[in-house]
Design a protein around this ligand. Structure first.
Ligand code: NAD
Ligand code: DAU
Length: 352
């Protein structure tokens, strides 16, 4: 039995769906169902007896203790988090609560559960914490990609809260011996990503004839990884990662934001041309920059390749085409998540 947190979010739901497609091992999925959590992502496994969904908070110690005692998982995969940088700038409190205090409570519950185990179940138990490349801060042009030993230099309330959670995970291993694994991943894209993040936002706005907002000069660089590849990397680390180690996960796909947006526009020009025949890229609009905006992230994913034999299977070209096709084929999902609360956020954030 796996115990997954945040499994109704973007990466979490992809992880649960992929897991159950490849294994009969059941999953308990605990998610608070914030604005980013969506049971529609899990609609295809609604009647699957291998999946037990529990609406709950990773900060709820009592609930965690009860669920661990009843389900006796062999591993916890922690994906629950507040994940959007812009929201962390507007209101950091939830990020501190979930990413720091929530992870702490989850670690405490895991420690109590694991300490009481004996023999093989104790040796086999793992706590896998999913983190981000943003903890390493902004990388100057020309410098080598982030390795696992790079210094932590978080620049946003989001990345600072993730950095704090990574440190807690590390401390629980060093101090209590909890068998932890940490993964630091680059920008994911793919099905079920909430359209507050760059790629789904651009697809959504392009189809709606709205501006495609690029922050600042649009030359900030991110490394893009298809979500299915991230999920396969998590499985590989869970299977064979060395306890106490960190693994950086990336797609070897550094791209400036402007190029990413232009690529999405070009695919839409082929698959869903504008009624007037003009290119979607005409909708690009340069807007005020994000405060503290990190200029570049790049991940050196050679450790996970060398030690665990994991490599991404999608190139950016194949992954982005699949992604655009998925959004075009699932308008009801997009409509479901771009409700009143979503429009309020867009109005507040881009309204200035
Ligand atoms: P997401 O915002 O789409 O999903 C987060 C999920 O966590 C949601 O379902 C939400 O309801 C749930 N959640 C939030 N607070 C909770 C709480 N207190 N208790 C239980 N559930 C709670 O995020 P995502 O993009 O899927 O990211 C998942 C994880 O991967 C996060 O830890 C994030 O930091 C990390 N990560 C994301 C990316 C990326 O590009 N999206 C890259 C690297 C790492
Ligand atoms: O690097 C991993 C991180 O990637 C994860 O830890 C985060 O959870 C995830 O949200 C993502 O963070 P980013 O800030 O990089 O993602 P976002 O999609 O918000 O932005 C990607 C880039 O595009 C970034 O440089 C900001 C820019 N951007 C974003 C939006 C929403 C724009 O130019 N315009 C926009 O409207």
């Amino acid at each position: 039995m796996l115990f997954v947190t945040g499994g109704a979010g973007f990466i979490g739901s992809n992880f649960v769906l992929d897991w159950l497609a490849g294994s009969d091992e059941p999953v308990v999925n605990i998610d608070k169902l914030t604005y980013a959590g969506n049971l529609e992502n899990l609609a295809s496994i609604r009647d699957d007896r291998r999946h037990l969904f529990v609406e709950g908070d990773i900060g709820d110690s009592e609930l965690l203790a009860r669920l661990l005692a009843v389900h006796r998982p062999r591993a916890i995969v922690n994906l629950a988090a507040e994940s959007h940088v812009d929201r962390s700038i507007l209101g950091p409190e939830h990020f501190i609560e979930t990413n720091i205090v929530g992870t702490f409570r989850l670690l405490e519950a895991a420690r109590a559960y694991w300490s009481a185990l004996q023999g093989e179940p104790r040796d086999a138990f793992r706590f896998l914490h999913v983190s981000t490349d943003e903890v390493y801060g902004s990388l100057a042009a020309g410098l080598p990609a982030f390795g696992e030993t790079c210094r932590y230099e978080p620049n946003s309330p989001y990345s600072a809260s993730k950095a704090a959670s990574d440190h807690l995970v590390r401390a629980y291993h060093q101090t209590y011996g909890l068998p932890v694994l940490t993964t630091n991943c680059s920008n994911n894209y793919g099905r079920y990503q909430f359209p507050e993040k760059l790629i789904p936002l651009v697809i959504h706005n392009a189809l709606a004839g709205k501006p495609l907002p690029l922050y600042g000069d649009g030359r900030q660089v991110r490394d893009w990884l298809y979500v299915g590849d991230h999920c396969s990397a998590i499985c590989r680390v869970l299977d064979a990662g060395r306890v106490g180690e960190t693994y950086n996960i990336g797609g070897w796909n550094e791209k400036p934001n402007r190029e990413v947006v232009e690529t999405v526009c070009a695919i839409l020009d082929q698959l869903r041309p504008r009624a007037d025949g003009l290119p979607h890229a005409r909708q690009i609009s340069f807007v005020k920059d994000r405060p503290g905006h990190d200029r570049r992230y790049a991940i050196d994913a050679s450790k996970i390749a060398r030690e665990l034999g994991w490599r991404p299977t999608e190139t950016f070209d194949t992954g982005i085409r699949k992604t655009v096709q998925w959004y075009l084929g699932n308008p009801a999902w997009v409509q479901g998540v771009t409700s009143g609360a979503y429009r309020e956020w867009v109005g507040r954030h881009y309204g200035h």
